[in-house]
Write a new protein. Sequence first.
Length: 142
Amino acid sequence: MKAKAIIFIVIMVIGLAVYGYFKAVPGIQNQTENKPQIEINPKIFDFGEVKYGDVASHVFKVRNTGEQVLEIKKVATSCACTEAEIEKKRLGPNEEVNLTVTYNTGAMSGSHAKGKQERIIYIKSNDPKNPQIEAIISAYVK
């Protein structure tokens, strides 16, 4: 009977130790839930048909849906024919800013300048879950 009591106590102590360990060590979700979180809307925008030589612009919305300050570290584009400018590089929780993207169809030449076109805008931030997000613009240049 005494051996059963000792085994029971040992199992209880081990069980409490394991429970305490998992409560004390944050899980993956807990490590990112109070951090900055970047979101872009829309993720894809199609200009439709655009005449060669025209300049087309669209404003994307960048939002910090996290609980800490979001820092935009870099905004870049996949082509020199596309420019992207963000209003502000530090966003508080639930703050939203404009990201203006301008596509100059006349900046490209040759046979690859016309037809279906797609450009990518890269936004790097301090979001630990998504340190880089992308927005895409497309157009049919005639």
